[in-house]
Design a protein around this ligand. Structure first.
Ligand SMILES: *Cc1c(COP(=O)(O)O)cnc(C)c1O
Ligand code: SF4
Length: 413
């Protein structure tokens, strides 16, 4: 039953090793077409937001190699999911590579208009688990608390496309008082996850207000924020933000990075400021076709995250969001990538692969089969190299214990 060693990094594959090393190099994003902009403006997150690439005209100017599909995509974005890319993140795009993994994530394409019967506008069934607007209560002891419909940039595969950017007219209006009231009156909730949209787009004051109201609820043990800002807009991770956040510990932050190229020196510095504020950092990636659906890219991403003190947390199978077929890959591929990571690299660099069950079943872990058989008296397993082992257990599934030594026998010894 030995399966083939899935690692691409055997000593006989120097090309893969070379690729891994180059993907892991830390580089600055540079300034792309914005070389004239002053340091003060460039490093100011509000300047970055004000100067986002949002229109077809800007795209023509900044990305002359735009394809016909991207041109059509940019036109259609207004009524579906807005296009908005901060100059910093835009500078990571390789203008000469139509398949650039950064480009694929944020520049709309015509394929987004093709939808299939099995695709949905709310693939995780969030709206049906929402007791008050902006709150999703699906799991017993924790809630998702949506704070805004804005993000620094819009991911073309976003599971909340129905809502974020408000291009399709969802008109999301969080009602903080009602959301907080719900949390306060449900003592089973011990964990609140602030997301959106991107919670770090709120001003320091607004965020501080929200965090202190939540912290004031005695049964809230744990706060966390989900944000793509450290990758899209690391300028937002100011010392002031970090010293405000650290007053609300235990506070965790999950970032969302999909490709090692997003981990620039700027992003690493922002992540270091957060880690230095004592905020444990996790990463959630989405498995995306031609972005990160190969072992070497995933290994580079996860190893590079560890260098930034970020622990890979989840790898998501891409949700069945309408118009995302060109960005999805198969579960089979995802499992193959997981096989290529587990055992082949640091355990901390291996996220849990999950499918958010279509229709609202929540996150379901999916793993390669390491248990080959469960017999009456043993479990047959294989390791990352495909070698087979057995672990004995009793007929009834209890641990195997030796026959007790009788008192007489014991005394003989
Ligand atoms: C993902 C998610 C959470 C958090 O799940 P964890 O597995 O605890 O990280 C909570 N609520 C909702 C609705 C979610 O989608
Ligand atoms: S940052 Fe998150 S919420 Fe915003 S568009 Fe991307 S995936 Fe969606």
């Amino acid at each position: 039953m030995a399966t083939e060693n899935a690692s691409p990094l055997r000593d006989d594959d120097p090309a893969a090793r070379q690729r891994l090393a180059s993907l892991k190099e830390f580089r600055s994003a540079g300034r792309g077409p914005w070389s004239e902009v002053s340091d003060g403006d460039w490093n100011d997150w509000r300047w970055q937001l004000r100067n986002r690439v949002t229109s077809l005209e800007q795209l023509e100017r900044f990305l002359p190699s735009m394809t016909a599909s991207e041109r059509a995509g940019a036109r259609l974005a207004k009524s579906k999911l807005a296009m908005a890319v901060p100059p910093y993140y835009f500078s990571l795009i390789d203008p000469d590579d139509e398949h650039c993994p950064v480009r694929r994530q944020v520049i709309p394409r015509m394929e987004e208009t093709t939808t299939a019967a099995w695709e949905m506008s709310d693939p995780c069934g969030e709206d049906s688990h929402s007791p008050v607007p902006g709150l999703v209560h699906r799991y017993p002891d924790r809630v998702l608390f949506l704070v805004t419909d804005r993000c620094a940039a819009y991911c073309r595969y976003c599971t909340r496309s129905r809502l974020v950017s408000n291009a399709s007219g969802y008109d999301f209006h969080p009602e903080f008082d009602r959301q907080i009231e719900y949390v306060a009156t449900h003592p089973e909730i011990r964990d609140v996850l602030l997301s959106g949209g991107d919670a770090l787009l709120l001003s320091d004051e607004k965020l501080e207000y929200l965090l202190s109201r939540l912290r004031a609820i005695p049964h809230i043990e744990f706060l966390r924020i989900g944000s793509r800002i450290p990758l899209f807009l690391p300028q937002r991770i100011t010392p002031a933000l970090c010293s405000m956040l650290k007053r609300f510990h235990p506070l965790f932050l999950s970032v969302h990075s999909n490709h090692p190229r997003e981990l620039t020196t700027e992003a690493r510095e922002g992540l270091e400021r957060l880690a230095d504020a004592g905020i444990p950092l996790g990463n959630q990636s989405v498995l995306l076709r031609h972005v990160n659906d190969d072992v070497v890219t995933m290994m580079a991403l996860n190893q590079k995250l560890l260098m930034c003190r970020v622990r890979p947390y989840y790898l998501y199978q891409c949700d069945l969001i309408a118009g995302s077929a060109h960005l999805r890959t198969s579960v089979r591929k995802g499992l193959e990538i997981m096989e290529g990571l587990r055992g082949h690299t640091t355990g901390y660099a291996v996220p849990q692969y999950v499918i958010d069950a279509p229709g609202g079943g929540g996150k379901v872990p999916v793993n390669p089969d390491y248990v080959l058989q469960r017999n009456r008296d043993r479990v047959v397993i294989r390791n990352f190299e495909g070698r087979v082992f057995e672990y004995p257990e009793a007929d009834d599934g209890t641990p195997l214990v030796p026959k007790p030594t009788s008192i007489e026998e014991a005394q003989l010894v």
